[in-house]
Structure formats: structure tokens, C-alpha cells
Design a protein around this ligand. Structure first.
Ligand code: PGA
Length: 249
């Protein structure tokens, strides 16, 4: 069986001013003792440079990247800018961007290609809405598998690409998917990756779970088959809340 190194990622979303850099240092200290896993913090773009200056054991990443190399895209950030600021990776396709910025799966794939061209690692998010989940597990599995295939970038490789399954109905709601729902979805996504990318690459690619992960549920989720880590929103904002999740990995 393929050994996949666990990845615990924090997504600060639109939270964090300079005062929260203390939490970056505290989370970096948590990562110091955990050479057996990867820890990444996706901070707001304004904090990438100062956070990267503090983080020695955790990596700092961005929450989005534009697909173009540069140009007339007011308000957007290029992969080269993120790298220069100190980012080692980026999220693409988070459901909040798919929903509020109308990002399509084709956009998401293009963003991942651009990020990788600049040496950034990529966490690509997929997930179904409550409406889709309520149509049944099979419908949800098919929807998310199709979304994954449509979002996979050219040259997708486990060396730089990680998938995050985040049911939209579980994000920020306190409503976590059950271990059996997570196990079944991750098995479906694993099968999709193997079919699309081949045995070795498909089995080596990490699949994270995200959506209301906390210190209370992390251990059970992280010991579910095909769950190779977590993408954590609310509970990543302080070392006190993030610590137990890092411990559980
Ligand atoms: P949450 O967010 O942990 O606050 O539910 C997860 C995410 O959106 O990445």
C-alpha cells in the first residue's frame, strides 16, 4: 500500500491582521515537533511575507492565485507575486471562490497549472452542496468525482498536487460529515484519481477532508481510510484550537 504523508492545513480565509502573527509563531512551534507530517497555513495575502519570515517548520501558502502570468487583472495576485512574498503553496477552487467569484472547474485547473509552473504546491478543493447530498450518496459521489476530473490540471502529479474534499454543507457550519460519509467519498475520489492518473500517481495523491474539523473530531476523521490530512478553517486561527488537530495526525 502506498504510504502517504499526512498534511494538516489551516485556511485563515479573510481573517488575520498583524496581531495574529503571534499565532503563526505558535503554530510553527507545534509543527517543529512533528517532522513526520506536513503543516501548512494558508494566510491572507497581506500576511504571507511576515508569516513566511516567522515560519520555519510550517509552510505558508496563499488562498488563491490568478491563472494569468501577469496583466490587467485589477485586484488579483499572480503566482510569481505569491512566490516572491514567500508562499510555498496555494489553495485553488475553494467552494467560497467557486460560489462567490463564479470560478469554474476550468478556471481552477488553469490556476493550478500556473501555480505549479512557479513551483507552488497546490491544494485543489472539491465538494457538493447540501442540495446534491440530499439527492443521495451515489449522486454526491458522481458529482464530486466529475468536479474533480474537470478541475484536475494538465500534468497533475502527487508530488505537488493534493485534493481536499470539503462538503459545502459542512464548511463553517459545525456540521461535520460522518466518518462513513467521508470514507465512502474518499474511496470514490481515490478510484477516480487512479482511473484518471494511473495507479502510482493516483494512489500517491493525498486527499484531505475539510469542513468543521476540530480537536474533537480530528482523530476519528484522520484515522479513516483514504483521509490523508485535513483542511481546517475556523479551528486553525489559534494554536490552542489547531494544536489538538496537529496532535491527532
Ligand atoms: P471550517 O472551514 O473548518 O471553518 O468548516 C474549512 C474550509 O473551508 O477550508
Amino acid at each position: 500500500m502506498t504510504q502517504r504523508r499526512k498534511l494538516i492545513a489551516g485556511n485563515w480565509k479573510m481573517n488575520g491582521l498583524a496581531a495574529q502573527l503571534e499565532d503563526v509563531s505558535a503554530i510553527d512551534a507545534l509543527a517543529r515537533g512533528r517532522g513526520d507530517i506536513d503543516v501548512v497555513l494558508f494566510v491572507p495575502a497581506t500576511l504571507i511575507a511576515p508569516a513566511a519570515a516567522r515560519a520555519k517548520h510550517a509552510a505558508i501558502g496563499a488562498q488563491d492565485v490568478h491563472q494569468a502570468e501577469s496583466g490587467a487583472f485589477t485586484g488579483n495576485l499572480s503566482a510569481a507575486m505569491l512566490v516572491e512574498a514567500g508562499a510555498k503553496g496555494t489553495i485553488v477552487g475553494h467552494s467560497e471562490r467557486r460560489q462567490y467569484q463564479q470560478e469554474t472547474s476550468a478556471d481552477v485547473a488553469a490556476k493550478a497549472v500556473r501555480a505549479h509552473a512557479h513551483g507552488l504546491s497546490v491544494v485543489l478543493c472539491v465538494g457538493e452542496t447540501l442540495d446534491t447530498r440530499e439527492q443521495g450518496d451515489d449522486v454526491a459521489h458522481a458529482f464530486v468525482s466529475d468536479q474533480l476530473v474537470a478541475s484536475l490540471p494538465e500534468g497533475a502529479d502527487a508530488a505537488w498536487l493534493t485534493i481536499a474534499y470539503e462538503p459545502v454543507w459542512a464548511i463553517g457550519t459545525g456540521k461535520v460529515a460522518s466518518p462513513s460519509q467521508v470514507e465512502a467519498m474518499h474511496a470514490a475520489l481515490r478510484a477516480t484519481l487512479v482511473k484518471t492518473l494511473g495507479d502510482a500517481n493516483g494512489n500517491a495523491m493525498r486527499i484531505l477532508y475539510g469542513g468543521s474539523v476540530s480537536g474533537d473530531n480530528a482523530a476519528e476523521l484522520l484515522h479513516t481510510a483514504n483521509v490523508d490530512g485535513a483542511l481546517v478553517g475556523g479551528a486553525s486561527l489559534t494554536a490552542a484550537k489547531f494544536g489538538p488537530i496537529v496532535e491527532a495526525a
